[in-house]
Design a protein around this ligand. Structure first.
Ligand code: MD3
Ligand code: FE
Length: 216
């Protein structure tokens, strides 16, 4: 474990182990959250948020974009990774160095073994009411590399299930600046996000979630 790295920092994130290979670092990205939001704005000025169509033909409530060598697209054939944004025909914007550095530091803080850098990053945007139903992320080639997710903006309740859809799940709040990593035996757990709500006095418009993966 690398918790000792922060032994003398009273504000250090306390890694919370959710599973054998799943760790939540509360507030780990707080110090750079504004910069991350500015990065999202820059990326999505070139690769705009869009509502993908599910294989069932419905529009998703979550809006998505991507950056990196591969991005997540949907069409009549289903979901897949693609090297160009179908809206522009252009390659996806690069993953900002700030994000790759954050991913590397998070892996170390969570005690994960060294592994390849991410090459694909999904960006999800949740307006109040948007949700993500239980699913698995299984379209990446190398499950040995953990996924790193960063939550920004409005809070949300996420669902953390088992390896079968019908398995019971835990619920957990994810807030602005939280970083979640999961790999190995926890990589194929079903997971989702409850409909996002907005408190009356909360002036933030959206929840954003960045997930960096090794897809190729
Ligand atoms: C993985 N995003 O983009 S990330 C996705 O908050 C996705 O936007 C969600 O699922 C979001 O594919 C969740 C955090 C998360 C939580 C629990 C998991 C990922 C997980 C459990 C198992 C595997
Ligand atoms: Fe997922």
């Amino acid at each position: 474990m690398t918790a000792d790295l922060f032994a003398d920092d009273p504000h250090a994130p306390k890694p919370l182990r959710l599973g054998e290979e799943a760790v939540l670092l509360r507030g780990f990205a707080l110090g750079e959250a504004d910069a991350l939001l500015a990065d999202i704005a820059a990326i999505t000025s070139r690769a705009p948020f869009r509502h993908m169509i599910t294989p069932g033909g419905k529009s998703m409530s979550v809006a998505t974009s991507s950056c990196g060598d591969l991005g997540w697209v949907s069409d009549l054939h289903g979901y897949r990774y693609a090297s160009a944004d179908p809206l522009s025909g252009q390659p996806w914007p690069k993953i900002p160095k700030r994000w790759l550095d954050l991913a590397e530091r998070a892996k170390q803080a969570a005690g994960f073994a060294a592994s390849s850098a991410p090459d694909a990053c999904l960006i999800n945007r949740y307006a109040p009411g948007a949700r993500l139903s239980l699913h698995q992320d299984r379209d990446e080639r190398d499950f040995g590399v953990p996924i790193i997710s960063v939550s920004l903006g409005l809070p949300a309740v996420f669902l953390w299930g088992g390896n079968r859809r019908a398995d019971p799940y835990r619920t957990m709040a994810l807030s602005h600046g939280d970083v979640l990593l999961w790999g190995g035996v926890d990589r194929l757990r079903f997971h989702g996000v409850r409909p996002v709500t907005q408190d009356a006095l909360d002036r933030r418009m959206y929840r954003f979630n960045i997930t960096m993966r090794k897809a190729a």
